[in-house]
Design a protein around this ligand. Structure first.
Ligand SMILES: *Cc1c(COP(=O)(O)O)cnc(C)c1O
Length: 379
């Protein structure tokens, strides 16, 4: 039985407070122009520069490899983690479909784990019940930008000697116990899709703990060809492994390079907006903001999710006040592609109760106050 979606058509920006808005600083225009006037518009020096900056800022000792999307970053991670046909991979049921679809490219067997009610992140206690000798990897998603319980997840993975792949598409700039997300697990995938913290139009980055995999990652990103060996103009290379065309272009990297200079501000501002929701809705009956009050981790504040009753009515009320809201993500087992619905108690309890509210740098702090007072007036 297909559940009816609570979605409403998108709003125009001038109409009110929209849910998402891409962040592109003015300098990106000059940076892209510079690229367009140069000899390199595909993968060139700006991609290499972006990877270097990314390592310094986010992934630290882990190698950063730029790719064409967050989905590419995830697929590349799954390939490098040697996930193949029939391998069991534990992955959260509640996420963007991009987390799980590339597991099907590898013909893996997805074992959906339930979420935690407090964070909507993967529940390590359920992972503990699902893990077994056939488990090849654990995938976790930092939903909304709030880091998962990494110590618990990594400890289970450690016992079984399997890698953890973090989908950090929503968590650029987040920290767990002082460590930047991207510097912790075997693989971490980031996205620069249009509405993420930093955008390249479409793009992504994979951070790899084992630096010896860097060359392989670069080959898989380019058909399986060793591009560095080919520079002499003679073609003596063999292709031994199946690769893809997953590179980032310098046009995209140019936008990201300009945006990197603004990242600290963007993160700080997003966190302020989220804090505005947390403070504004504190003590309000029937509303709970997800991810408030964590002391051991830093929220990247990509979205603000609340738990409410009568979600559809609240969406209507917000819309009457020219405020957009949506579910944004859906439990993945609702799609027959993944084999159909299963019973997962926390997901079952919350699937009709979560709602995503506007959060992006084009908003003013006053907008959050306005949204909170609309919610407080009841629905
Ligand atoms: C955006 C997103 C992705 C996919 O990234 P793309 O760059 O659009 O391919 C994957 N996982 C999560 C959780 C996301 O939010």
């Amino acid at each position: 039985m297909e559940k009816k979606q609570d979605e409403m058509p998108l709003m125009n920006v001038d109409e009110g407070i929209v849910l998402f808005h891409p962040y592109v600083p003015e300098e990106a225009i000059a940076e892209v122009t510079d690229t367009l006037r140069s000899r390199w518009i595909g993968q060139g020096p700006k991609v290499a520069k972006l990877e270097k900056i990314f390592e310094e800022k986010f992934s630290k000792e882990h190698s950063a490899i730029a790719v064409g999307s967050g989905t590419d970053a995830l697929h590349l991670s799954y390939i490098l983690a040697d996930i193949g046909e029939g391998d069991e991979v534990i992955s959260p049921v509640f996420t963007c479909t991009a987390t799980n679809i590339p597991l099907l490219y590898q013909r893996a067997k997805i074992i959906f784990a339930d979420i935690q009610k407090e964070t909507l992140n993967i529940d390590p206690e359920h992972v503990r019940k699902l893990v077994n000798e056939k488990t090849k990897a654990i995938v976790c998603v930092h939903y909304g930008g709030l880091p998962c319980d990494m110590d618990e997840i990594r400890s289970i993975a450690g016992e079984y000697h399997i890698p953890v792949i973090e989908d950090a598409a929503q968590a650029l700039g987040a920290k767990y116990k002082g460590k930047p997300i991207g510097s912790i697990s075997e693989f971490t995938a980031f996205s620069f899709q249009a509405i993420k913290h930093i955008t390249t139009g479409d793009g992504g980055m994979v951070a790899i703990k084992d630096n010896s995999l860097e060359e392989k990652a670069k080959r898989i990103r380019w058909f399986g060809i060793d591009r560095s060996a080919k520079q002499m103009g003679i073609w003596e290379n063999d292709i031994k492994e199946l690769g893809y065309k997953y590179q980032m272009t310098d046009i995209g990297a140019a936008v990201a390079l300009a945006s990197m200079n603004h990242f600290d501000w963007v993160l700080d501002y997003r966190q302020k907006l989220l804090q505005g929701y947390i403070d504004g809705l504190k003590g309000v009956d029937g509303v709970k903001v997800i991810g408030a009050d964590y002391k051991d981790r830093e929220h990247a504040a990509w979205i603000c999710t609340v738990l409410v009753d009568e979600r559809k009515d609240l969406m209507k009320k917000l819309r009457e006040n020219k405020i957009e809201s949506a579910q944004t993500h859906y439990r993945n087992d609702r799609y027959s592609l993944f084999g159909g619905r299963i019973s997962l108690p926390n997901m079952d309890a919350l699937e009709d109760r979560y709602l995503v509210l506007p959060l992006h740098p084009k908003m003013k702090l006053d907008d959050v106050d306005k949204i909170c007072s609309v919610i407080k007036s009841g629905w």
